[in-house]
Design a protein around this ligand. Structure first.
Ligand code: NAD
Length: 496
């Protein structure tokens, strides 16, 4: 059985904890590897390597840093099919979806190639006599990046290229469920010329996370995962004096107004509800149908769902398995709870006949109608292929429902009324809004992040916020004197 270790100071590092996790191929149910679970001592070795590297890397010229980023971009681009295969083998999402994930990650690397523009400061000449003022943005030192299972390449890439381009060194702790894509990225970054120690990967679980949160050498933490863990990481990390951005879970609503193009809305609901088996933080899980659209919309969605093929992601199917047996059982229990609570299962994923190994972690796409806000299939983030339709009587009722939800990651409105769409984007308390776009994931040069229980901290991921998160601002006031002035003056400096 292969053992997946750590990657520290430019080379593989075996673990010292004696603890391991299991990595599965979700489409066959077979265990394919064991992964080291780092001890606090393993984490300390990685942080120390990163601290040594950070002292040198902060002085690397922008030209040198961007040369590495361009080379890394070329390597990932050339090997994108290989990366997608590794994602599918450990996560289970279908190959086309894994390729899409890699593409979105590449876009962040490309954004980071332009870091010299993003780091440009301001300069004011002669703010006082012979005095100039200007701003610098400087790296923080060692930063930790802790990522979830559902995008094992893209979410690390939201942070690594920008953190490194800004002159920091990184310790990445990927999800222990699918750790291999992160290790490949670290090896390829090193191959692209990144000095040893600037990017390290420690594998592990809660023990490794706690060690990173407590280590005084770690100056900032970027976390992505479920809301309870995000809240914990934010509280503990900030209490330890670190800068923390912690992106949490979601319950994304798609509102369909009566004037919407129903075919477009139905396509969007199916794509956004069941892509990646619903294991996306931007998946649509609550469809808010403003009457009288519900009957027609539900019928159209059910018809489209009948054409979806669930199976092994390497066989050209539309939807793959869930990530682990435990997660599949948990999602299945929500389907049972929905039936028990009185929601109407229009399509029941428990009946699926997958195109794949019987031991895979299967659950087919499931559609519930007549969901009410008190049911657990509405209140909880299920993170599986379960779409619930909530029927409401008006636009106002729809907005009230969305805004009452504790999460605020993404939302979409489907309508042909520009005024209604404009009003929605203004009124809705959600960080990312789509208008006739079901998964409004911002491009690399904008920032990704939700509101309320979907993000703890101030700054979102990548784009301008990413650069701000991974740097500290400094203002320099300098005087280069001409031959005439001088003299003692104890007054507070003002402009002259
Ligand atoms: P998770 O919270 O279980 O794990 C995330 C990370 O935290 C992993 O690295 C894991 O090892 C670690 N971890 C798990 N339990 C921990 C604990 N008790 N203490 C400390 N660390 C712990 O999340 P997941 O199941 O891997 O990923 C799915 C979740 O991530 C969903 O809730 C999804 O919405 C969310 N997510 C959010 C975004 C976003 O941008 N907001 C993006 C992707 C995923």
């Amino acid at each position: 059985m292969a053992v997946i270790g750590h990657f520290v100071d430019g080379k593989p590092l075996p673990g010292s904890s004696g603890r391991h996790g299991d990595v599965f191929d979700p489409a066959t149910g077979r265990r394919t590897a064991r992964v080291e679970l780092a001890s606090a001592a393993d984490v300390a070795v990685a942080v120390e390597a990163a601290a040594r590297a950070a002292r040198l890397w902060r002085d690397a010229s922008l030209a040198r840093r961007t040369a590495v980023l361009f080379a890394f971009r070329e390597l990932v681009h050339a090997r994108r099919d290989r990366l997608a295969e590794v994602i599918t083998a450990e996560h289970g999402k279908v190959l086309a979806d894994a390729a899409g994930e890699v593409q979105r990650g590449l876009e962040i690397i490309e954004y980071a190639c332009g870091i010299p523009s993003a780091l440009r400061g301001g300069f004011s000449e002669n703010v006082s006599a012979e005095v100039d003022s200007y701003t610098l943005r400087q790296p923080l030192g060692v930063v930790a990046v802790i990522t979830p299972f559902n995008f094992p390449a893209m979410v690390p890439l939201w942070f690594l290229p920008i953190a490194v381009a800004c002159g920091n060194a990184v310790v990445l702790k990927p999800s222990e469920k699918d750790p291999s894509p992160a290790l490949l990225l670290a090896e390829w970054f090193t191959e692209a010329g990144l000095p040893d120690g600037v990017l390290n990967v420690v594998n592990g679980d809660v023990g490794a996370v706690d060690a990173l949160l407590e280590h005084p050498g770690v100056k900032a933490v970027s976390f992505v995962g479920s809301t309870p863990v995000a809240r914990y990481v934010h509280q503990r990390g900030t209490a330890a004096g670190k800068r923390v951005q912690a992106l949490g879970g979601a319950k994304n609503h798609m509102v369909v107004l009566p004037d919407a193009d129903l075919d477009l809305a139905a396509d969007a609901a199916v794509n956004a509800g069941f892509g990646s088996a619903g294991e996306r933080c931007m998946a649509i899980s609550a469809l808010v149908a403003v009457e009288p659209v519900a009957d027609a919309l539900v019928a159209r969605i059910a018809e489209l769902m009948g054409r979806l093929r669930t199976g092994d992601g390497r066989r050209g199917c539309d939807m793959g398995p869930l990530v682990t047996a435990a997660h599949a059982a948990r999602v299945r229990s929500y389907v049972e709870a929905g039936v028990a609570a009185g929601a109407v299962p229009v399509v029941d994923g428990r009946d699926v006949e997958p195109d794949g190994d019987a031991a895979g972690f299967w659950l087919g796409p499931t559609l519930f109608d007549h969901v009410t806000p008190d049911m657990s299939i509405y209140t909880d983030e299920i993170f599986g292929p379960v779409l619930g339709v909530v029927r409401v009587g008006s636009y106002d009722e729809a907005v009230e429902l969305v805004n009452a939800n504790p999460y605020g990651n993404g939302t979409a409105i489907f309508t042909n009324d520009g005024g209604a769409a404009r009003r929605y984007q203004h009124e809705v308390e959600v960080g990312m809004v789509g208008v006739n776009v079901p998964i409004p994931v911002p491009m690399a040069y904008y920032s990704f992040g939700g509101w309320k229980a979907s993000l703890f901290g101030d700054l979102h991921a990548h784009g301008e916020d990413g650069v701000r998160f991974f740097t500290r601002g400094k203002v320099v006031t300098s005087r280069w004197r001409g031959p005439r002035r001088g003299g003692v003056d104890l007054g507070f400096p003002t402009q002259t």
